[in-house]
Design a protein around this ligand. Structure first.
Ligand SMILES: Cc1cc2nc3c(=O)[nH]c(=O)nc-3n(C[C@H](O)[C@H](O)[C@H](O)COP(=O)(O)O)c2cc1C
Length: 135
């Protein structure tokens, strides 16, 4: 199995999750500005909700992926109120012709005094455990 980890972050929460997942998988966590150039079996994609939607950069990143190079996408991230971005990301992945794994990781993310410290150590450990099952 080959892995890549990409993330989009505004306040650092997704980056922390991405780095923990990437370390477990033995790869580097990179921002989505870094294109996926090598073929990978599984692309872990960290993203979040901003004003009830995924960021347009995340949407464009998914649309730019080469279905010949990316076996599937695994979604992960955090949000303050909403649950997973899965459906939003899947809508773009469908357009790109790339399957999404049904499994995903989601936890609360700090935002304006809500959920202080999240993702916390427990969330990070849970993200690492989540990543382990793909190895
Ligand atoms: C500009 C902005 C808009 C946000 N809008 C939402 C939202 O609509 N729903 C929600 O659940 N969380 C919202 N959040 C909270 C983020 O999803 C949450 O803080 C997440 O952990 C941020 O991840 P990041 O630090 O990687 O950017 C928003 C955060 C920011 C900064």
């Amino acid at each position: 199995m080959t892995f890549a980890v990409r993330y989009y972050t505004k306040t650092g929460n997704t980056k922390r999750l991405a780095e923990a997942i990437a370390q477990e998988l033995g790869v580097e966590a990179l921002p989505i500005s870094e294109a996926v150039t090598e073929p990978v079996d599984v692309l872990f994609l960290g993203n979040s909700y901003y004003a009830f939607n995924i960021d347009p950069e995340v949407r464009d990143f998914v649309l730019s992926l080469d279905k010949e190079k990316v076996g599937k996408i695994v979604n992960f991230g955090s949000a303050a109120m909403l649950n997973s971005t899965y459906k939003k990301v899947k809508a773009e992945a469908d357009k790109a012709g790339i399957p999404m794994d049904e499994r995903e990781f989601h936890c609360k993310g700090e935002f304006k005094g809500l959920h202080k410290g999240r993702p916390n150590d427990t969330d990070i450990r849970a993200a690492v455990e989540f990543a382990k099952q793909f190895k």
